[in-house]
Write a protein that binds this ligand. Structure first.
Ligand SMILES: *[C@@H]1O[C@H](CO)[C@@H](O)[C@H](O)[C@H]1NC(C)=O
Ligand SMILES: *[C@@H]1O[C@H](CO)[C@@H](O)[C@H](O)[C@H]1NC(C)=O
Ligand SMILES: *[C@@H]1O[C@H](CO)[C@@H](O)[C@H](O)[C@H]1NC(C)=O
Ligand SMILES: *[C@@H]1O[C@H](CO)[C@@H](O)[C@H](O)[C@H]1NC(C)=O
Length: 367
């Protein structure tokens, strides 16, 4: 009786153990399946929507490791080839518009120290990158820092070092000699990323004057009051501190051809967030290899990596659909209270950028 009872309990115990082991194994197997999927879809850990860059491998990756990846995505290959003709047409348009003498004032600038300061050098892979804020440039800079070899992975780069060009191993073109600069301009792969000029201004306005990051106090404390003082139509009491910069003030400042120059000298480098792409990157003077568009970053990012010959080393993860797309509703909303005269003045200054990069003129705001 007692013996039978003991066998009974032993059996239950054994069954329990078997059950535990089966549960453990099945969990282990399903975790592995998730991992495989996650890896193929691009690791989601620490992904910033739309801009996060994953570095595949720092050392030269072996060809047999790359082979399965490309056969996994048979559709990606023809898409990239098609994109070459899009990229080619953009460069042709750029060159045509640069030759248009009636736009010359708006499209031609000399290669000044200001322009050379915008261009970052990756000597190891012979790449020049002209930085145009608010189109995921920090991520591109991180990629180039890693490719230059100062850091092993993007994650290792401390946030405060990304923009410290003394220490991050990503020199500016302006730090080189005249001869070194010319050599690189003539032989390296050169690219920049642009977006719709008016949407870009809205983005800069929101980012610098509405959200106003705590670590960049000068926008709210120095630049905004100076613009309000000069361009706000009515100065009510306490207007300066209470309500902050309005988009209307900003538009009037940007569209004032004579006035903005004087103020820009006082604002220093901060103007990179709103001066024209022409002033930032001299696209009619420097023979750029590729112009990426923020609106089609899903296609442009892999194309640029391939054209620059670094697609085996780095990759851009999937960009959430719609996040970079042009939003006309937003543009209409921001410009709804702005007078036609002010919009036309603004367009007069930025039309070079519209024409050079193939953005349709915003007739719905001008007429
Ligand atoms: C040059 O630009 C002006 C202004 O956009 C335009 O009206 C004109 O047709 C252009 N000329 C050529 C040859 O493309
Ligand atoms: C272009 O620049 C020249 C001098 O550099 C000036 O005389 C002319 O008025 C400018 N044209 C426009 C349309 O701004
Ligand atoms: C610009 O570069 C292309 C090749 O990328 C070349 O065919 C063209 O001649 C260059 N143009 C100038 C003005 O250097
Ligand atoms: C476009 O902008 C408007 C206004 O800012 C916003 O409500 C809307 O969600 C945006 N649309 C898309 C597709 O992002």
């Amino acid at each position: 009786m007692c013996e039978a009872m003991r066998h009974y309990w032993l059996l239950i115990g054994a069954c329990g153990w078997v059950l535990l082991i089966v549960m453990f194994l099945s969990k282990f197997i399903s975790f592995r399946a998730v991992d495989d999927y996650g890896e193929r879809a691009g690791s989601p850990s620490g992904t910033v929507p739309g801009t996060k860059v994953v570095v595949k491998s720092i050392r030269m990756s072996s060809p047999e490791k790359q082979a399965p990846k490309s056969s996994d995505q048979p559709t990606a290959v023809p898409t990239l080839a098609d994109w070459q003709s899009v990229a080619q047409k953009r460069i042709e348009l750029l060159s045509t518009v640069c030759k248009n003498s009636s736009l010359r004032n708006l499209t031609h600038v000399s290669i000044s120290k200001f322009v050379l300061d915008r261009i970052f050098v990756c000597d190891k892979h012979k790449i020049l990158f002209c930085q145009t804020p608010k189109v995921g440039n920090t991520q591109w800079k991180k990629v180039l820092i890693v490719l230059n070899g100062a850091f092993q992975t993007v994650e290792e780069i401390p946030e405060n070092l990304v923009h410290d060009h003394e220490k991050n191993g990503l020199p500016r073109l302006s730090s080189l000699t005249h001869q070194e600069i010319n050599h690189r301009l003539n032989t390296y792969f050169k690219f920049l990323i642009v977006r719709d000029p008016f949407e870009r201004l809205i983005s800069a306005f929101k980012d610098k004057f509405v959200k106003n990051p705590r670590f960049e106090p000068w926008y709210k404390h120095d630049i905004a009051p100076a613009i309000i003082w000069k361009y706000r139509k009515s100065h009510r009491n306490n207007d300066l501190d209470a309500s902050g910069l309005h988009f209307e003030d900003f538009v009037r400042y940007l569209g004032d051809v004579e006035g903005h120059r004087r103020m820009d000298r006082q604002f220093g480098e901060h103007i990179i967030h709103w001066v024209t792409y022409t002033e930032l990157c001299a696209p009619c003077t420097i023979n750029y290899s590729v112009v990426g568009h923020h609106e089609t970053l899903e296609k442009d990012a892999p194309y640029i990596l391939k054209a620059a010959g670094i697609d085996a080393l780095v990759t851009y993860p999937a960009i959430p659909p719609g996040i970079t797309r042009y939003n006309r509703t937003k543009v209409e909303h921001y410009f709804s209270g702005i007078s036609k005269r002010d919009v036309r003045r603004l367009y007069a200054r930025y039309q070079g950028d519209f024409h050079l990069f193939g953005y349709p003129s915003p007739d719905f705001l001008l007429n």
